[in-house]
Design a protein around this ligand. Structure first.
Ligand SMILES: NC(=O)C1=CN([C@@H]2O[C@H](COP(=O)(O)OP(=O)(O)OC[C@H]3O[C@@H](n4cnc5c(N)ncnc54)[C@H](OP(=O)(O)O)[C@@H]3O)[C@@H](O)[C@H]2O)C=CC1
Ligand SMILES: CC(=O)C(=O)O
Ligand SMILES: [Mg+2]
Length: 589
């Protein structure tokens, strides 16, 4: 086993440069440069050959090592004689994954593949995106988080708990990769619509970052999943002997914010100011405050507030081709006035205001929200959380969603409540009575929390609804017509948005970038899609879609003077495509 430092050094070229496809932009994606950095971290250099090469998921190719590579990298005898192509490996693994009936078993199989052979994992995910997204992402990732303690095998990201207070910089330096470009961080307090899952929320940053690579093209080694563990208020987890987190109630107030501050400072100190930090699945009592606090000093965005807003706005812009008119002609009603609900509402108001002469305060009046206490109205203003106050319009108090639908007469109904089956038959029928083509989005995740199913939406509106949901539903046939529900999930946006920020060297996220991302996504919906009632393009084209989103976002970053990459590439779509990681194997000399 003669893998040595010297060997790797010679081969800043362990990988044959001629075989380098994708990731070809030196300053951003030079994998050779990443190798140079690895020279300083001895625990990652001993992977160049022999048994350790087979155990190194970043470089392992399993049976796909050629005869020549088996000779030159001391692999003889460590592999059976057969040599397979990556395509054959993919075929076999897809067969295996399809043979599992339980979704969680598919999830575990995919995670094991990632730990064994990273490129093959991404090849599967990219080539079979519609089939595998529900496995590595919603809905299955929700169940995986609930059972994370039992399925945990090896760390897939960094755990930063109160025990690490005062040492977070050291903790970051324990991570084997140094050129980090995107961090997704959660504190696990609002995992999908499943509530507080504490430290087990790690499945979410891991899943989101897998999408950053597969859907957006950020190379895997540049992605860092982080879970901040300040305890959990989930008693079931605290009582669970397999729980992997801190066994205490959540720290709050100064103790909480001090830990977050230390984390944010350490990230900037260790990775510089161009590392993107995506806040994910924080509870709303912290989410808005953290975003407000760090958006002027760091490259951050909150996916639940801003990414979701951008994906929904894209669907609404696209739907105008089917519905006619402009956004300002519509009335919007939300069930759920938290991060997702108020985030979407604000971006719609911003878009209406920026496309018309209507001041944003007026635009907001077209948008109504219902929370757990009923319609948000001005008489409740004093007792409302700050993020709801802009939505407290003049109206008599109403306590049920059905009453609100009947009184407000919305053309668009959006579910962001986190509570399943809250769009009841009465509610959906009321929408269908008011509108020829009601637009209904049941955004809550996972599937169990969706406000209604696709089948319910289509049957209760006699096939007239334009329907999307946060978690995927299969196409549904009604009265001889096949309806294809859209997946209104921020997964359409954050990979492209983040990639656009990275390739432009952006230093801040601006609302106009979210609007630019929405426009780019809406532009990808073609007549062929509209003919099928779709307001989102199929996910099979997601890498092309992400390149367009990235290009629009990068263009906005340059226009706003927030981009540091020089010179500005002439064709940003081509540039984005050329920067994307591709998972094909490389040839080893
Ligand atoms: N599709 C997508 O891309 C995304 C989907 N989501 C989903 O949206 C859901 C909500 O997330 P988020 O906004 O962050 O959560 P929040 O906790 O911030 O907000 C939830 C809101 O729903 C309200 N609510 C809860 N129960 C009811 C009820 N029975 N009737 C009416 N209102 C109710 C709450 O009311 P109150 O304020 O009174 O407590 C609150 O306003 C989750 O399921 C999440 O998975 C989130 C982000 C992206
Ligand atoms: C999709 C997502 O971010 C959520 O449900 O929280
Ligand atoms: Mg989320």
């Amino acid at each position: 086993m003669s893998s040595t430092l010297k060997q790797l050094k010679d081969g800043e070229s362990v990988i044959d440069p001629k075989s380098t496809v994708g990731g070809g932009v030196d300053d951003v994606y030079g994998e050779d440069r990443a190798s140079e950095d690895q020279l300083i971290t001895p625990w990652t250099v001993s992977v160049a050959s022999g048994y350790t090469l087979l155990r190194d998921p970043h470089h392992n190719k399993g049976l796909a090592f050629t005869e020549r590579e088996r000779d030159s990298h001391y692999l003889r005898g460590l592999l059976p004689p057969a040599v397979a192509t990556q395509e054959l490996q993919e075929k076999k693994l897809m067969q295996n994954i399809r043979s599992y009936e339980v979704p969680l078993h598919k999830y575990v199989a995919m995670m094991e593949l990632e730990e064994r052979n990273e490129r093959l994992f991404y090849k599967l995910l990219i080539d079979n995106v519609e089939e595998l997204l529900p496995v590595v992402y919603t809905p299955t990732v929700g169940e995986a988080c609930q059972k994370y303690g039992s399925i945990f095998k090896r760390p897939q990201g960094l755990y930063i708990s109160l025990k690490e207070k005062g040492k977070i910089l050291e903790v970051l330096r324990n991570w084997p990769e140094r050129n980090i470009q995107v961090i997704v961080v959660t504190d696990g307090e609002r995992i999908l619509g499943l509530g507080d899952l504490g430290c087990q929320g790690m499945g979410i940053p891991v899943g989101k970052l897998a999408l950053y690579t597969a859907l957006g093209g950020v190379r895997p080694s540049a992605c860092l999943p982080v879970t901040i563990d300040v305890g959990t208020n989930n008693q079931k987890l605290l009582d669970d002997e397999f729980y992997i987190g801190l066994r205490q109630k959540r720290a709050t107030g100064k103790e909480y914010y001090d830990l977050l501050e230390e984390f944010m400072s350490a990230v900037k100190q260790n990775y510089g100011e161009k590392v993107l930090i995506q806040f994910e699945d924080f509870a709303n009592h912290n989410a808005f405050e953290l975003l407000a606090k760090y958006k002027t000093s760091h490259l951050v965005f909150n996916d639940d507030i801003q990414g979701t807003a951008s994906v929904v706005l894209a669907g609404l812009i696209a739907s105008l081709k089917l519905l006619g008119g402009s956004l300002a002609d519509h009335t919007f009603l939300f069930l759920g006035a938290g991060e997702a609900g108020t985030g979407i509402a604000e971006l719609i108001a911003l878009e209406i205001s920026s496309k018309t002469n209507i001041p944003i305060e007026e635009a907001r009046k077209k948008i109504w929200l219902v929370d757990s206490k009923g319609l948000i109205v001005s008489s409740r203003k004093e007792s409302l959380q700050h993020f709801k106050k802009s939505w407290a319009h003049e109206h008599e108090p109403l306590t049920t969603l059905l009453d609100a639908v009947k009184a407000i007469k919305p053309s668009v109904l959006i579910g962001t409540s986190g509570v399943g089956q809250t769009f009841t038959k009465d509610v959906v029928e009321a929408m269908a009575a008011i509108n020829e083509r009601p637009l209904i989005m049941a955004l809550s995740n996972p599937t169990s929390q969706a406000e209604c199913t696709a089948e319910q939406a289509y049957t209760w509106t006699e096939g007239r609804v334009i329907f999307s949901s946060g978690s995927p539903f299969d196409p549904y046939e009604y009265n001889g017509n096949l309806f294809i529900p859209g997946q209104a999930n921020n997964a359409y946006i954050f990979p492209g948005l983040g990639f656009g920020l990275v390739i432009s060297g952006a230093i801040r996220v601006h609302d106009e970038m979210l609007l630019a991302a929405s426009e780019a996504l809406a532009n990808q919906v073609t007549q062929e899609h509209y003919d099928k009632g779709m307001i989102y393009p199929p996910l099979t084209n997601i890498r092309k879609i992400s390149a367009h989103i990235a290009a629009n976002v990068a263009a906005k970053a340059f226009d706003l003077g927030l981009a540091t990459r020089l010179p500005r590439p002439a064709d940003l779509v081509k540039y984005a495509e050329s920067c994307m990681y591709t998972p094909n194997y490389r040839t080893y000399r």
